[in-house]
Design a binder for this molecule. Structure first.
Ligand code: CTP
Length: 359
């Protein structure tokens, strides 16, 4: 959609300008108005869907699309590592740009003229593939920028410049654990959903794990990247962090279940049986962090192995209730040992179990 602006004060900012300079398609468009965005959207006659009065943002419906308009703003971090507090809206554009994480994300493009406003040399840093923070307290204010840096490095091949790298190392040697872990979780999810073995290696080797724990995580024994591709895992971040202490993150129920499944497989004397009842991510975790040989054997050869004998057949043979599940489990265990077992073989296993039970 083509936006029209007659004021000359509306700008594209952040990731979408960076991506355009890189010649890449951007998913999100961030718009910033140098002034009051709610007044602007009202004056333009756009249909307003939602506003956030304290920071003067407005969501408008334009040609069927929902578009967010932010006001330029200044922020401070009264509590290091927590969410920032807005101290002024409608400030000069340059102040809004320099409150951001890296110079490469601090470039604006005028909607009206297409002019680039780049007060801190972000376009040059994009060319040199460098990530530079605006000031020495940047990681103290917002430590999640360290993970954002890793994300941009994996996506675009950007690296921290020497001074920023030193600031990162200093911070990681002195982490303040009183931080916004929901913000950190979002960045970890984005970063590790990129599915990169190199990303995890750097997370461990460069000490970025210290944002979560002082204990160095175990490195994987097999490629997570390849298994994720092979088994089509869409959001693999939790697999990457499977050997990192995540107690500081609030995990969703489904995420906790994946970790619990992993622990259950690890602790079981009959791991394949637990694998067959677990999420595939739990199985991959066990494979890469505990037992690649058995894990790969399960994933490649046994995952589709299921008994062909059915509950109905067992009912006809006189089995009842819980007994049916127990017998099917036993048949499944035998089938893991001999995957090409025939239906008749399965039935003889059932019969021998029933005969034993009679004795
Ligand atoms: N930003 C920041 N510090 C953060 C998060 C965001 O300074 N911790 C700023 C950056 O200027 C960033 C913009 O807000 O460009 C938008 O944030 P976000 O959508 O998270 O990042 P993008 O740079 O747009 O990256 P992506 O392409 O992953 O969306």
């Amino acid at each position: 959609m083509k936006l029209n602006d007659n004021t000359g004060k509306l700008y594209y900012v952040g990731g979408c300008v960076r991506d355009e300079i890189l010649g890449k398609q951007s998913v999100d468009i961030d718009l910033c108005y140098e002034g009051d965005a709610i007044d602007y959207v009202t004056a333009q006659g756009y249909k307003i869907i939602k506003t956030q009065k304290n920071i003067r943002t407005a969501r408008a419906l334009i040609e069927g699309e929902e578009i967010d308009f932010a006001s330029t703003r200044k922020e401070i971090y009264p509590e290091a590592g927590h969410l920032p507090v807005t101290t002024e809206t409608g400030c000069p554009l340059e102040d809004d740009l320099t409150r951001r994480d890296f110079t490469v994300n601090s470039i604006a493009k005028s909607v009206k003229t297409g002019d680039i406003i780049d007060p801190t040399g972000g376009a040059e840093d994009i060319k040199r593939q460098l990530l530079r923070v605006h000031h020495d307290k940047s990681f103290i204010d917002d430590p999640t920028r360290i993970i954002r840096g890793l994300k941009f490095s994996l996506r675009f091949g950007f690296e921290f410049d020497e001074h920023t790298e030193n600031l990162k190392a200093d911070y990681l040697n002195n982490v303040n654990y009183d931080m916004s872990y929901s913000r950190l979780k979002k960045e970890l999810v984005d970063c590790f959903n990129l599915n990169s073995d190199e990303g995890l290696n750097r997370f461990i080797e460069e000490g970025m794990y210290k944002l979560l724990t002082q204990n160095k995580p175990q490195k994987p024994l097999a490629s997570i990247e390849e298994l994720v591709k092979e088994f089509g895992i869409q959001t693999p971040w939790l697999i990457y962090l499977g050997s990192t202490n995540l107690s500081r993150l609030a995990l969703a129920k489904t995420e906790t279940k994946i970790i619990e499944g992993f622990n259950a497989i690890k602790e079981s004397g009959a791991p394949y049986k637990i694998c067959s009842k677990s999420d595939i991510q739990s199985v991959i975790l066990w494979t890469v962090f505990v037992n690649p040989d058995k894990g790969l054997h399960y994933l490649k050869n046994l995952r589709e192995v299921k008994p062909s004998v059915t509950g109905e057949e067992l009912l006809i043979m006189g089995c009842k209730g819980k007994q049916i599940g127990n017998i099917l489990d036993k048949v499944q265990e035998e089938k893991f040992k001999t995957p090409d077992m025939s239906h008749a073989d399965e039935l003889s296993i059932v019969k021998s179990i029933l005969n034993k039970n009679k004795l």
